[in-house]
Design a protein around this ligand. Structure first.
Ligand SMILES: *Cc1c(COP(=O)(O)O)cnc(C)c1O
Length: 387
């Protein structure tokens, strides 16, 4: 049976060029980058090169990039670290209702520590209401954290407008750009962000490595103490092979992203168009234009998404009902609910996410399979009688 991977928003395959560079670090260049001798210097040079590549991708300076164990860590550190370091100025934080759980739970943690958090609502398309942002900023607000692009529906926020408002009020602006990097150009200087989270495995890099960009001069609390690595802010011997792979993935992305995005967008749009022709009573979620090329979030009226996912899996097709991190939870997606969907609608939603490895033929096969499965499930749906 052929296997088709349409869950590229959950993770992507490590590219061969990335793997090749990583493997070298498991061989002779095994040194500890903190060591002074030649083995250490060799490893340290590789880390420097990777840091330059990450910095270059987002137009940052080398000294503004801190390596982490991935996106979840970067978000936790950004929220808690920026809040604690700036507590003297106030205790209020603003985020949105559709953030990744690593941001939302970090905010919950701060609430337990005495901070106040405002969770901004979004409209039907998943866009944060900018007027509301302005309305909620007070003299106690120290941090605004709004994601660049949503990982379930793909909606892209008006980042420049948000950072402008935050800065006019003297508030620090962090963005979770994890599902944005690889989908459109992210330039920290152009967007005027103070801190930004990025994760390698969302764009053909290895899992378990990412970075937090912190603009020079912005104060952030240390995350891990007891080591001088990462300027003492995130101690511990660096994971050189992962970092090297991350750097290579950034370099490849920087060269290819325009062509790659065109390709994924073509495939995604072809999928959506064919689907709309073939299957009645479906809704495409998210913003019509302001969304990443990768994602198609589709609600299938009268369908249990879990059941559909299983049928697709039996046919070799991998998709997702929401964020991978929430898989296994029976809760309906907080993102879809915040966008005004009912629980039933949220539980009838599948996320298809495309990559450059996918083909048109695969999509034809997926749509044909979907058509069959949806008809089958709808014919046995208890909801059908009600219509
Ligand atoms: C994947 C993802 C994360 C988590 O990143 P990990 O590297 O998997 O920990 C956070 N935020 C968004 C928007 C994501 O897509």
């Amino acid at each position: 049976m052929q296997k088709i991977y349409l869950d590229n928003a959950a993770t992507t395959k490590v590219s061969n060029e990335v793997l090749t560079e990583m493997l070298e670090c498991y061989g002779d260049t095994f040194g500890n980058p903190s060591s002074i001798h030649s083995f250490g210097r060799e490893a340290s040079a590789l880390v420097d090169k990777a840091r330059d590549r990450v910095a270059s991708l987002i137009n940052a300076e080398r000294g503004e990039i801190y390596f982490t164990s991935g996106g979840t860590e970067s978000n936790n550190w950004a929220i808690v670290g920026l809040a604690l370091a700036n507590r003297a100025k106030g205790n209020h934080i603003i985020t949105s209702a559709i953030e990744h759980k690593s941001v939302l739970e970090a905010c919950k943690r701060l609430e337990r520590l005495g901070f106040e958090v405002t969770y901004l609502p979004v409209d039907k398309t998943g866009l944060v209401d900018i007027a509301k942002l302005l309305h909620f900023i007070t003299h106690k607000t120290i941090l605004v954290s709004i994601m660049a692009a949503n990982n379930e529906v793909g909606t892209i926020q008006n980042l420049k407008a948000i950072s402008k408002i935050a800065h006019e009020k003297g508030v620090i602006f962090h963005t979770d750009a994890i599902s944005a990097v690889g989908n459109f150009k992210i330039d920290v200087k152009d967007l005027e962000v103070d801190a930004l989270s990025i994760s390698a495995h969302k764009f053909n890099g290895p899992k378990g490595v990412g970075a937090l960009y912190v603009k020079k001069g912005v104060k952030i609390d240390n995350l891990i103490v007891g080591g001088e690595q990462e300027k003492g802010k995130r101690g511990g011997t660096l994971n050189v092979p992962q970092i090297v792979g991350f750097g290579k993935a950034c370099e490849i992305l920087q060269e290819n992203y325009i062509i790659d995005c065109k390709k994924t967008k073509y495939l995604r749009d072809y999928f959506v168009n064919t689907l709309e022709k073939e299957i009645p009573n479906i809704t495409i979620n998210g913003h019509l234009h302001q969304k990443t090329p990768q994602i198609a979030s589709v609600s299938f009226n009268n369908i249990d998404a879990e059941a559909l996912l299983c049928l697709l899996d039996l046919a070799g097709i991998a998709v997702s009902t929401g964020a991978a991190c929430d898989a296994g939870s029976v809760e309906p997606s907080h993102v879809l609910l915040a966008m005004g969907k009912s629980i039933e609608e949220a539980q009838s939603t599948i996320r298809f996410s495309f990559g450059t490895n996918n083909t048109k033929e695969e999509i034809d096969y997926v749509v044909a399979e979907l058509k069959k499965d949806v008809e089958r499930l709808r014919s046995i749906s208890p909801l059908k009688a009600k219509k």
